[in-house]
Design a binder for this molecule. Structure first.
Ligand code: T3D
Length: 264
């Protein structure tokens, strides 16, 4: 695995763990981290040995969002062009995660603020420590939600909650996030890493093409009518029915043994 300046990666049992690693800055996202994350997700897409991605963080927090050290006061009469970093770096990264035909699991410890919260919920399945602290801190510094948060959040927790949290910048816990459906599970802080890693390992043993279909079908459903979605399901299921993994899955069931899926 390539050693990064801002992230650590390790591959084991089909799970590529990508750990944010700027603990002294609460893993705030700087230019180097955006580039390293993009490279890690590209590698995850291309390497057949990677069957699931676990996004975690070193230190006492998950991620404090954009590194504000990269946004010093502009000279008089000038302003930062935030659209540039979003257009050229953040948006491609978040599109890459959404398009990745492999499950992404995130494990949120401590604080997840701004784009850090966005990163946490861009995952397909998010685990949070019960005492994790989520903050839509964008408005606190005069910004609106970005990195897909204005798309994901109302779909996950409803428009009222999403707007109230985005407007107030009020912090909420991992427990709240689980109760509202923003994350899959809140777990005791000491169990976060093992719970998320165990789940990622479980997904890595599942049939890859079926999991890619789960992700594609459910994400596409937001824009489809029921009738269109039924047709999309028919086409996807026909493709999956032709795979070795479907033959293996049914055979294993009939032979009362554990299936071994190859992604073919
Ligand atoms: O700009 C663009 O490209 C547009 C994209 C925007 C996306 C965004 O993410 S906008 C939102 C940016 N993030 C924030 O506004 C969060 C700022 N941070 C905080 O509000 C607080 O630090 C936290 C609530 C996240 C955590 O509070 P706390 O009390 O647990 O920790 P702390 O003491 O504030 O922070 C610890 C250290 O991390 C501290 O450094 P120090 O004093 O020990 O040297 C602090 O400055 C540093 N830190 C925290 N957040 C950031 C940061 N350094 C750089 N950038 C940060 N975002």
């Amino acid at each position: 695995m390539p050693a990064g300046e801002t992230i650590e990666t390790s591959l084991s049992g089909g799970v590529l763990e990508i750990a944010l690693n700027r603990p002294d800055r609460l893993n705030a996202i700087n230019t180097a981290m955006r580039a390293e994350l993009a490279a890690a997700f590209t590698m995850a897409a291309e390497d057949e040995a990677v069957r699931c991605i676990l996004l975690s963080a070193r230190g006492r927090g998950f991620c404090a969002g954009q590194d504000l050290g990269e946004r010093p006061p502009p000279p008089p009469g000038e302003r930062h062009d935030l659209g540039k970093a979003l257009g050229e770096e953040y948006n491609p990264l978040f599109r890459q995660i959404a398009a990745l035909p492999k499950p992404v699991v995130s494990a949120v410890n401590g604080v997840a603020a701004g784009a850090g919260l966005s990163l946490a919920i861009a995952a397909d399945v998010t685990f949070a420590a019960s005492d994790a602290r989520f903050i839509l801190s964008f408005a606190n510094i005069g910004l609106g939600p970005d990195c897909g948060t204005s798309w994901h959040l109302p779909r996950l927790i409803g428009s009222q909650r999403a707007k109230a949290l985005a407007m107030s910048g009020e912090a909420f816990s991992g427990e709240d996030a689980a109760r509202w459906g923003m994350v899959w599970k809140a777990v005791p802080p000491a169990e976060l890493q093992s719970a998320a890693a165990g789940f990622a390992a479980r997904l890595a043993a599942q049939p890859p093409l079926a999991l890619a279909t789960v992700k594609r079908a459910m994400d596409a459903s937001w824009h489809a009518s029921l009738s269109d979605q039924l047709e999309a399901e028919r086409i996807m299921q026909r493709e999956l029915g032709h795979t070795d993994d479907y033959v293996e899955g049914v055979a294993a069931f009939r032979e009362k043994r554990k299936a071994v899926f190859t992604g073919r």
